[in-house]
Design a protein around this ligand. Sequence first.
Ligand code: PEP
Length: 260
Amino acid sequence: MARDKKIIIGNWKMNLNVHESSLYLHKLSNLVKAHRDIEVVLAPSMLALQSLSLQVNLRQFKLAAQNFYWRDHGHFTGEVSASQLRGVIQYAIVGHSERRHVFYETDKDIRNKVAAAIRNDIRPILCIGETAWERSAGETVDVLRDQLIGGLSNITSDELKHVIIAYEPVWAIGMGQNAMPSDVDKAQKAIRRQIEHLYGTKASESLSILYGGSVTADSAGGYLAIEGIDGLLMGAASLDAYAFSGIVEKAHKGSDVAIK
Ligand code: PEP
């Protein structure tokens, strides 16, 4: 998919039960306008996905899983596979820092999930980003390179067309401490350089890269103004219907100050 749309993703994390999720989707439906140039993706809890898939207007919102297991079926008690989610969701978040750091997901798990999503017609949103320690040690570019290689090593250049990358510095997620647009710009350039090295110039230029990490209604415009940033992945702001719908409008209208 070319970079013809901005992608705005709301990660509801472990918030809202099934009933609350349905009410919240109803509220968002009244507030968020559908625009041809914007893809709005909602990632509710696994439990709510099935019912929301029956309620959602797919021209207004797409659905994403926050997680899944990479094998298609078998003896894996408690897990849900991408093949079971096929048809229910259009996107899946893979390698979120909370999965890497709280649940110890490895690069091997993550690359298997990227591949599982693609073979089940689900677009993976591969999250990558450095910790505070790695940042202060000047290792950001190395971490991004390692996580890209780790997450994409099963993926052909044809399959890469379905992958979205989310740059999510770990130190900025859920902390209220967001990155400077200039740092995000440097990171997206480093990601494109690495993709160019792995898959060539065309792949690098057509890759959608999002920013995520404590985005608010006030800070969103600064990231959306970066030429190489194709949208936002938000946690907290996605649970505030007015902030979220306002950010969708900002993405639609664009920004005056473009960072080249
Ligand atoms: C996230 O969950 O990916 C995220 C960016 O969360 P927050 O916006 O709350 O930092």
